[in-house]
Ligand binder design. Sequence first.
Ligand code: UDP
Length: 326
Amino acid sequence: MRVLVSGGAGYIGSVTAEVLLKSGHEVVVLDNLSRGHRAAVPTGATFAEGDVRRQDAVRQLLEDHRIECVMHFSASSLVGESMVDPGEYFGNNVVGVARLLEAMRHTGADRFIFSSTAATYGEPDEVPIREDSPVRPTNPYGESKAICERMLQWYESIHGIRFAALRYFNAAGASEEHGEDHEPETHLIPLALRAVSGEIVELQIFGRDYPTPDGTCVRDYIHVLDLADAHILALERLGDLGERFFNLGNGAGYSVLDVVQAVERVAGKPVPVKDAPRRPGDPARLVASADRARTVLGWNPQRAELDRIVGDAWAWKTRFPNGYAD
Ligand code: UDP
C-alpha cells in the first residue's frame, strides 16, 4: 500500500517507516524536521519536508503519490512541556489532525492510523487499563490526543475515512538502524543511559511518594519494533476492523527504580540518581490491557522483556553515540 508517514523523521515514525518498507509498502515521509532528523528517514522512503498543517501542500502530496493511508506520528508529545505550554499541544496536535483530515477528504487517502497515547486515560480507576476505561486526561498532551480521537470518529462517520487509534504506553528500545534522539531529552530510559554513560551528572527520580510498591511511578514499556508491527497489522486489517481504539503495551508495570536496575544490568555500571519532586501531570500507574490488540489485530509483541528493551536502546546508543548528529 502507498503510505504517508507524517513524522517519519522522528523516533517511532522512522522505525515504523523502516518496517513498512521491509514489509513491501511504499513510504512517503512528511516531516517538518522541527524535532525529527533528516538522517532518520529510512533509505527507500521518499522524503518531503513540510508541515502537516499546510493543508494545500499536503493535499498535493497525497495526490502526487496517490497515497492510500496516512500514518500520523508527528506531534508534540511531552507531558511536562504540555503543562507549561498547552498552546503548543492544541496548536500542533489538534490543528495538525484537523488540517490533515481536511486534506485527505478530497483525495483517495481514506485510511488513517493515529498515534494516540495512554495519557488519554489520565489517572485510571483500574489497572490494567482497558480501552473502554474513561478518557479523562490529566494533562494537555493527553487532552490534545483525546480531541483528535473524537475528530477521527466524526470524519469516519461523515466522510468515510476509516481509522485506528493506537494508544501507546511507553515506547522504548530501538531497531538496529533507528533509535531515540530527542533534544531536549526528557524520557526515562534515554536519560538513564546518559547518566550511566556520564553524559549527565545524574538521573533525577521524579517522586518517591506515589502509591506504588516502591513509591516511584509505574509504566508499561513497549519495544518500538513491537509498536511498528502493530501499525502494519492495523494497516493491513483496517478494512474489516470492528474496533477503532487499541492499547499497545505489554501489560507489565515497571517502576522508575526497576528501569534504573535494568539499565545497570545492561550497562554493567551503576546509574547515579538524585531524588527530585514529582513532575506535574504524571499519573502514578499506567499499565495496558492489550487483549484487544492481540485478539482483533492478531498482535503478539515479541520483545517484551525490560532487559531486551533497554538492551536494544543501549546497543543503538553504543553504535551511534552522537545519535543522528544533525
Ligand atoms: N522520570 C523520572 N526521571 C526522568 C524522566 C522520567 O523519574 O528524568 C519518570 C517520569 O516521572 C515517569 C516515568 O519516568 O513516571 C516515565 O517518564 P517518561 O518521560 O519516560 O514517559 P511518560 O510516561 O511521561 O510518557
